[in-house]
Design a protein around this ligand. Sequence first.
Ligand code: SF4
Ligand code: F3S
Length: 103
Amino acid sequence: AIDPNFEQNREQVGEEDGVAVWGPVEPPEKQGIRGTHVAVDFDICLADGACLEDCPVDVFEWVDTPGHSESERKANPADEDQCIDCMLCVDVCPVDAIDVDPG
Ligand code: SF4
Ligand code: F3S
């Protein structure tokens, strides 16, 4: 499962499309965690898609991660600013790849 304390345990190594990237990132195999308020561990996400289908405000969009062993696309929390903290995505993700921190 995603580490809920990733902000303490990881370094922010950059930003992609306005979404924070928390390392380590070593493509293709290490993709890191994307997002802060709504965070997705790309190394756990296996492209189930339930988060994209169920989020009431369409926070997520697919991005391609060619060569990653779990899946070659991931749910990027591109519109995390729109999140209403309903926690649906956290509940539906079969591999617990998502952390939402209403804080
Ligand atoms: Fe969307 Fe709710 Fe998840 Fe926020 S907590 S990203 S609103 S499904
Ligand atoms: Fe990935 Fe979980 Fe969404 S596997 S696509 S973060 S439901």
